[in-house]
Design a protein around this ligand. Structure first.
Ligand SMILES: [Zn+2]
Ligand SMILES: [Zn+2]
Length: 164
């Protein structure tokens, strides 16, 4: 937005701010006259109500136009810092969780490096361990044919296909 537009807007707003309340007042007076004419059965002024309604409406529109900008600015100044905080918070959290997720994916892709936990005593075995170093329970099945290390629950050797 350039300076010209800004000035034009504030000029228009000033007009709205002055005209709006005036029209609201005039409309209210016109409505009052028409109401009085209904009560006093003096219908010569009741037509004023038909003018009063649009005048009131236009006055309300002008007033809201004149003060809306100020209100919007106020609410923006009130909510902007909070919104910024929330955004930062979300971005921080998101980048952290994304990093964590990426790490998990990398671990998953690398494979095999996940530590094996002993089913019997819960001891976390060293990578490539065949027996638990705490209780001696076999952690992996060693193929009797090719002596490859297989998972504890493997039914066939992953290297040569020998039934385990
Ligand atoms: Zn164990
Ligand atoms: Zn084998």
């Amino acid at each position: 937005m350039n300076r010209y537009n800004l000035n034009e807007n504030s000029k228009a707003r000033k007009v709205f701010r002055i005209l709006g309340p005036i029209l609201l007042g005039v409309g209210a007076i016109l409505m009052l006259f028409s109401l009085l004419s209904l009560f006093t059965f003096n219908f010569s002024t009741s037509f004023l109500g038909f003018i009063g309604i649009p005048v009131l409406f236009v006055g309300a529109v002008f007033t809201s136009l004149g003060y809306m900008g100020a209100m919007a600015r106020y609410s923006a100044s009130q909510t902007a810092p909070v919104a910024k905080d929330v955004t930062n918070y979300m971005v921080d959290n998101t980048s952290e969780s994304v990093a964590r997720m990426a790490g998990a994916v990398v671990k998953e892709v690398k494979g095999g490096s996940a530590p094996v936990k002993c089913e019997q005593c819960g001891e976390v075995a060293h990578e490539g361990a065949v027996f638990c170093d705490n209780c001696g329970k076999p952690l992996a099945k060693v193929c009797p044919k090719c002596s490859a290390t297989n998972d504890q629950n493997a039914r066939f050797c992953q290297k040569c296909g020998e039934p385990l």
